[in-house]
Design a protein around this ligand. Structure first.
Ligand SMILES: CC(C)(COP(=O)(O)OP(=O)(O)OC[C@H]1O[C@@H](n2cnc3c(N)ncnc32)[C@H](O)[C@@H]1OP(=O)(O)O)[C@@H](O)C(=O)NCCC(=O)NCCS
Length: 210
């Protein structure tokens, strides 16, 4: 059964399963962080250690930060991490969205986002922004496909104000459907009240005063 897992602590997270999801980007990062390293396996382990240290001393040092993982029959398929934005209720910055390389283009990241939207939207309005490189066509198409919009060009991170000319800030505003249907409900209610009221008398009264 497919489900969305939520992790508020590093201890609760199965780090080696998470690293399988990020295997490709970790391998890509070897030449970036350890250009001298020629052994790819060794390099990958160094990058994984760096990843672990970041989660321990950075990401999980902030209360409310959490990881989400899409799991199917024990297999971890896609992951994303969320930072609540200080002082803004139900507003999040997202980072490190990734699907395990062998499982791409099967709808898993979209499924994860749908479950996440459901979870965050259960209490009403929510907003997610993230930064996507303009050259990352798969990610841009993915975001648009999930209902994100291009919100800022160039990107400007809501957490620290960092501007990135090579990226967009993408934004998803949740629970608009519920809001819209509420507006519809109130509009219908207002129409009914107005229809029930006899305005001719009010108009006559006001013209008398004029
Ligand atoms: C972006 C990423 C997370 C998408 O994950 P995924 O599980 O493959 O995506 P899905 O299968 O749920 O795709 C949903 C929709 O997104 C779009 N999409 C996803 N990958 C795409 C690609 N390579 N090219 C074009 N459109 C793509 C499509 O509209 C797709 O729907 P469709 O398959 O019915 O046409 C994945 O490509 C990935 O991990 N990339 C490497 C890491 C990365 O760049 N992360 C984003 C950082 S901002």
């Amino acid at each position: 059964m497919m489900r969305l897992l939520e992790f508020y602590t590093l201890e609760s997270l199965d780090f080696s399963k998470l690293m399988e999801v990020y295997r490709e980007s970790n391998e890509d990062n070897v030449s970036y962080f350890y250009p001298e390293e020629t052994d790819l396996d060794k390099g990958r382990h160094l990058v994984e250690q760096k990843f672990y240290d970041y989660l321990k001393t950075g990401f999980y040092n902030k209360l409310g930060n959490r990881y989400y993982v899409l799991e199917d029959n024990g297999e971890w398929l896609s992951a994303i991490r969320l930072f609540p934005v200080e002082g803004k209720e139900n507003t999040f910055f997202a980072e490190a969205l990734e699907t395990m390389p062998s499982q791409r283009r099967k709808g898993y990241a979209r499924k994860m986002m749908e479950l996440l939207f459901e979870k965050l939207g259960s209490e009403g309005f929510f907003e997610i922004t993230d930064t996507v490189n303009k050259s990352n066509e798969a990610s841009l198409r993915f975001h648009l496909n999930c209902g994100f919009e291009i919100f800022k060009d160039p990107a400007c991170c809501v957490l620290n104000g960092n501007v990135d000319e090579k990226a967009f800030t993408m934004r998803y505003v949740g629970n608009l459907v519920a809001v819209t249907s509420d507006i519809e409900k109130y509009a219908a209610f207002a129409r009914k009240i107005n229809a029930d009221r006899d305005y001719s008398q009010t108009l006559l009264d006001s013209s008398k005063n004029a």
